[in-house]
Design a protein around this ligand. Structure first.
Ligand code: BG6
Length: 495
């Protein structure tokens, strides 16, 4: 439930994440009346600026296309306060405490949510200073933390150890914003709420699963951060593995957060570490027409960097449901399109009456344009007996045209305000996922002779990609003419 008298403190308030995601999400909650009553928002960062300047910055990242929204923005910024301070000095956190106490004065209970939108280097000192100086005496406290949660198993454990003396696991909310995306929140309903899907959801019927993340832009000035992490740490170890666990987990006993997370951890524990022979890595070069720079042309990227901006890997789950089914994870920057999707390819139908009939595929498109569609075979209407590949198509824009899909961050911050951990990463889950990726990361870091394959900016990735996916059983067999979505507006309802 929502607690009155809650203050949300955003640490790192002048940083990119806070400006682009946290404050706009808080505004979204405010305008839909989802913030607790009398909630105040305190921005905290090193940058020295006065209240007006802070409000100007907050506003500059929030779009208000309508008059009512403009008015809502005015009441939103009335909730906002700014405190400038260091990340490693008790005096600074004492100053924050003074501001908090002023806000809270005269109220019997005071709850605090600390949102750490901070670079990893200050993560530990800030969490320690918060505990020492700003832990509420009478109320609930929640600590929202943002990735990166370490760089490998060791550093992740160190981070965890540093938090442990001060913060209980149930006070910590580790954000993986993919868990806040509408379609990701739908995955369990799709799987466990539909008998026909649940019944075929195993190695007897499914040939392979692909989980794909594509972005049409490169690092563009963010190379300093990116180069230290690379695509595997940046999106695969977190966002994509989260999608995989929800696709692969067993039915939880209930929708409670611990029951869900127990099942997710079980899947991860059934996965061996990634084998380097099941991996390809790439790095983007200039676009074919030369108009877009290569990764190494980015001034913020160290010369000669071997950092992968693309990776594809096949992973396996050693349990009864999935043994032998490859889960192919693909992620890349500077590709031909923006897309996050899960593609589940079923096995061939029994041979005999059909020749070369395409496989069924269930595609769950996370973004953009949320959709769930099943590629299926049907008789071509008419006097012939020809079969045709078509689809059952749930495209959100068409089916739910009046509904607004919330931003992932709105949904997650609301969960944290309500105290629901389901869509946050638990400590053992994080540990289990680093265990799967760490040997590969070490191998890539320690072997200078392994150089990523180059692919042109704006392409589909390294040229070996299609051979790679087909080597794990993926069959590309679209009958001529099949395309999703059908562009025709004349016949919007197919099948
Ligand atoms: C972030 C990564 O976690 O996710 C970025 O650090 C990536 O590199 C981003 O661009 C993608 O998120 P979304 O919501 O835009 O798909």
């Amino acid at each position: 439930e929502l607690k009155d008298n809650t203050t949300i403190v955003v640490l790192g308030a002048s940083g990119d994440l806070a400006k682009k995601k946290t404050f706009p999400a808080l505004f979204g909650l405010h305008r839909n009346n989802y913030l607790p009553k009398d909630c105040k928002i305190v921005g905290y960062a090193r940058t020295k600026m006065d209240h007006e300047e802070f409000i100007k910055r907050v506003k500059s990242n929030i779009k208000t296309p309508t008059k009512p929204m403009e008015e809502q923005l005015v009441t939103f910024v009335e909730k906002c306060v700014y405190v400038s301070g260091q990340y490693d000095k008790d005096e600074s956190f004492q100053e924050l405490e003074n501001v908090l106490q002023k806000i809270e004065a005269g109220k019997p209970e005071n709850h605090r949510i600390f949102y750490m939108a901070l670079p990893p280097s200050v993560f530990i000192p800030v969490s320690q200073h918060l505990k020492k100086n700003n832990y509420p005496k009478n109320g609930i406290v929640r600590l929202i933390v943002e990735k990166p949660f370490g760089k490998d198993l060791d550093s992740s454990r160190k981070l965890q150890k540093a938090l442990e003396p001060d913060w209980q696991e149930d006070e910590i909310y580790r954000i993986d914003h993919y868990l806040g995306k509408e379609m990701v929140k739908n995955l369990m309903i799709l799987r466990f709420g539909n008998e026909f899907l649940g019944a075929t959801w195993n190695r007897h019927h499914i040939s392979n699963v692909q989980i794909t993340f594509k972005e049409p832009f490169g690092t563009e000035g963010r190379g300093g951060y990116f180069d230290e992490f690379g695509i595997i740490r940046d999106v695969m170890q977190n966002h994509l593995i989260q999608l995989l666990t929800i696709i692969a987990m067993e039915r939880p006993i209930s929708f409670s957060s611990e029951d869900i997370r127990d099942e997710k951890v079980r899947v991860l524990r059934a996965m061996p570490a990634i084998q380097s022979e099941n991996v390809i890595i790439g790095q983007y070069g200039k676009s074919e027409d030369g108009s877009k720079p290569g990764y190494l042309d980015d001034d913020t990227v160290p010369k000669g960097s071997r950092c992968p901006t693309f990776c594809a890997t096949a992973m396996f789950i050693k349990n009864e449901r999935w043994d032998g089914v490859p889960f192919i994870l693909k992620a890349g920057k500077a590709l031909n399109e923006q897309k996050a999707e899960i593609r589940i390819q079923f096995k061939d139908v029994t041979s005999g009456i059909f020749k070369d009939i395409p496989r069924n595929e269930l595609v769950i498109r996370v973004q953009p344009d949320e959709a769930v569609y099943i590629k299926m075979n049907s008789k071509l209407p008419g006097l012939s007996t020809q079969t045709v590949l078509t689809d059952l198509d749930l495209t959100y824009k068409r089916r739910f045209s009046d509904l607004k899909i919330p931003e992932a961050y709105e949904s997650l911050i609301l969960d944290a305000i309500k105290g629901d951990h389901s869509n946050f990463v638990r400590d053992d889950e994080l540990d289990a996922s680093w265990r799967i990726f760490t040997p590969l990361l070490k191998y890539l870091d320690e072997n200078p002779e392994i150089v990523p394959m180059s692919y042109p900016y704006g392409s589909r990735g390294p040229s070996v990609l299609d051979d790679f996916t087909s080597s794990y059983g993926y069959k590309f067999n679209d009958q001529a003419g099949y395309q999703w979505p059908i562009q025709s507006t004349e016949h919007p309802h197919k099948l």
